[in-house]
Design a protein around this ligand. Structure first.
Ligand SMILES: [Zn+2]
Ligand SMILES: [Zn+2]
Length: 238
């Protein structure tokens, strides 16, 4: 039983606990009878054989799904599409990808009418699908790298960009805020009438005024800073 399994192509991932193989490229679990077809048709790989696959303990997708439903929520399967919020019926535990489907289900299966009453019988929870939008199951909450309040505060302070920072950017932002941290409150409290958040958010936006790019310069050198400030006022105000 502990024999070494024949190698799979790198994009195929075997989940022995669920008896399934999923394709990372196509982000879906593969029907156990269609794995070879999939590999040949979509990946033009002719080296995998039926004999290789026979060494793996593979269940039908329906059976794998049943197995998962019994122990859900499970940790998200990284090979599949990212978890998304779905709806679980509190009455029969069935899962639905959209609020519309959830409401349809509550009306048709449980004779509950009215959005408020329907929504009260559904729990929002992260779910994944084994294949397309079929074989839904619940997954555990994705781990949060930072408390949301902290993240929001940081990004507002610095206004580096409007987008949500990736973990890598967060690290950079943390370093930046350590560097420029002490000078920030001073700059923010300048009673010049200049809109500081706007000024801070475009350190690279004015190629003709390289001095603006240096935040410490703004705070520690009043002369050039105020000069720059008055120079840039019309541009910033428009
Ligand atoms: Zn594939
Ligand atoms: Zn139900």
């Amino acid at each position: 039983m502990s024999s070494i399994l024949p190698p799979l192509p790198p994009y195929l991932v075997y989940y022995p606990q669920y008896g399934l193989i999923a394709c990372a490229t196509h982000q879906q679990a593969l029907y156990e009878t269609k794995i070879l077809d999939h590999v040949i048709k979509f990946h033009h790989n002719l080296s995998l054989t039926e004999a290789d696959l026979a060494s793996y303990r593979l269940l039908s997708l329906a059976t794998s799904h049943h197995l998962i439903l019994e122990i859900q929520p499970i940790p998200p399967l990284p090979t599949l599409k990212l978890p998304q919020n779905g709806y679980q019926c509190k009455l029969c535990k069935s899962l639905h990808l959209s609020q519309r489907r959830s409401r349809d289900h509550l009306r048709e299966s449980h004779r509950i009418t009215g959005y408020t009453a329907q929504d009260a019988e559904a729990t929002i929870c992260p779910i994944q699908a084994l294949e397309g939008s079929a074989y839904l199951f619940r997954v555990t909450e994705p781990r949060l790298s930072l408390p949301t309040t902290l993240t929001r505060k940081r990004s507002r302070e610095l206004s580096l960009s409007g987008s949500v920072p990736s973990p890598g950017q967060r690290l950079k932002i943390a370093t930046l805020s350590q560097l420029v941290g002490p000078s920030q409150p001073a700059a923010l409290s300048q009673p010049t009438g200049l809109s500081q958040p706007t000024g801070l958010s475009q350190p690279t936006g004015s190629p003709s005024q390289p001095g603006l790019a240096s935040q410490p310069g703004l705070a520690s050198q009043p002369g050039p800073a105020s000069q720059l400030g008055s120079l840039s006022l019309p541009g910033l105000a428009s």
